[in-house]
Design a protein around this ligand. Structure first.
Ligand SMILES: Cc1cc2nc3c(=O)[nH]c(=O)nc-3n(C[C@H](O)[C@H](O)[C@H](O)COP(=O)(O)O)c2cc1C
Length: 305
């Protein structure tokens, strides 16, 4: 996840527990990225990843690779970007490349460009997503890019989801929303509480958040919480473009005053599976144990000894 959500503390704890923690580096300065990476490395000597949203962060690629992540995590490239040369630079620096895609066509482009791992992301996910359901896109991508390993993303928040992803042919899952509701995630408590309270029906696909920032994500919708902010501006995007400064100031006041009704939250439908705020390391261990149990139970029920 992006800057302000997946920082060095959260990514470090996730990696320390045996998963791969990924620091969001998009739109940060080189010094800020350095601080996040240093913090993660204080916590763990396990591999960490660093994520860049390719379409708007060309200048940061050398900075991120200089930090020597084990994995360069990428997503949302523009059509004019040469993925092959970006991935080759990562490989020269010693990093593996994990690229996230919302369609099979994008998966084939990433595989041809030399991605080591492809994340097939379903529309259920939080933040910027495409329109395909995870069960379909994961299966399509697994078949299209074999033998390149695939992770499933969008709607996975527990061990049963991980087991389901493995059954679809994925090698694992990538989770965002679930890790917003961790002790370490640096978002305000009211954000975490809102995720725990959510039944998963309170998000929608919108262009309002990007109209506010003016960032032109290639091919993406934003899955956001259906707050008053999003409701107020849906269908009035041209006016929002004109009044960006004023609306941004209003959002900042609401954030400081802990007023969740008027804010721009990104989370996915998997919020409906989040029951409590947990320490990230405990969460990773729970997910792995639950997945093992799910697989064990399924095998004993469905496969004769
Ligand atoms: C708050 C938030 C911020 C995100 N920021 C990024 C980002 O900067 N880069 C990226 O590749 N994906 C980002 N994502 C998308 C995640 O990588 C992932 O695809 C998604 O969270 C998976 O679905 P889930 O939320 O159901 O777990 C973000 C997601 C959320 C919820």
């Amino acid at each position: 996840m992006g800057a302000g959500t997946a920082d060095g503390e959260l990514a470090g704890r996730v990696s320390e527990a045996g998963a791969l923690g990924v620091i969001g580096a998009s739109w940060l300065g080189p010094d800020e990225i350095g601080v996040l990476v240093d913090r993660a490395r204080e916590i763990t000597s396990n591999p960490i990843g660093i994520n860049l949203l390719l379409f708007g962060n060309d200048d940061l690629l050398p900075v991120v690779l200089k930090a020597r992540p084990a994995v360069l995590s990428t997503a949302w490239a523009r059509d004019d970007q040469d993925l092959g040369s970006i991935f080759a630079k990562a490989h020269e620096s010693g990093a593996k490349v994990m690229h996230m895609v919302p369609t099979m066509k994008d998966a084939e482009r990433a595989a041809e460009a030399g991605a080591d791992l492809i994340v097939a992301q379903g529309t259920e996910g939080g933040g910027h997503v495409g329109l395909m359901a995870a069960t379909v896109i994961v299966r399509q991508v697994v078949k299209a890019v074999a033998p390149v390993p695939v992770l499933a993303a969008g709607g996975f928040a527990d061990g049963a989801g991980l087991a389901a992803a493995l059954a679809l042919g994925a090698h694992g899952v990538l989770m965002g929303t679930r890790f917003l509701a961790t002790l370490e995630c640096p978002v305000p408590q009211f954000f975490k509480d809102a995720i725990v309270a959510s039944d998963g029906t309170d998000t929608l696909l919108s262009t309002v958040p990007d109209t506010l920032t003016g960032r032109d994500w290639p091919g993406a919708w934003a899955r956001v919480a259906r707050t008053d902010f999003v409701k107020d501006w849906t269908g009035k995007e041209p006016e929002l473009r004109r009044r960006r400064t004023e609306v941004q100031a209003r959002l900042e006041r609401a954030w400081e005053a802990d007023q969740p009704d008027y804010w721009n939250f990104w989370w996915g439908q998997s919020a409906g599976l989040v029951e409590s705020v947990l320490p990230a390391e405990e969460l990773v261990r729970r997910i792995m144990t639950e997945a093992e149990n799910s697989v064990r139970i399924l095998c004993s029920k469905l496969v004769s000894p």
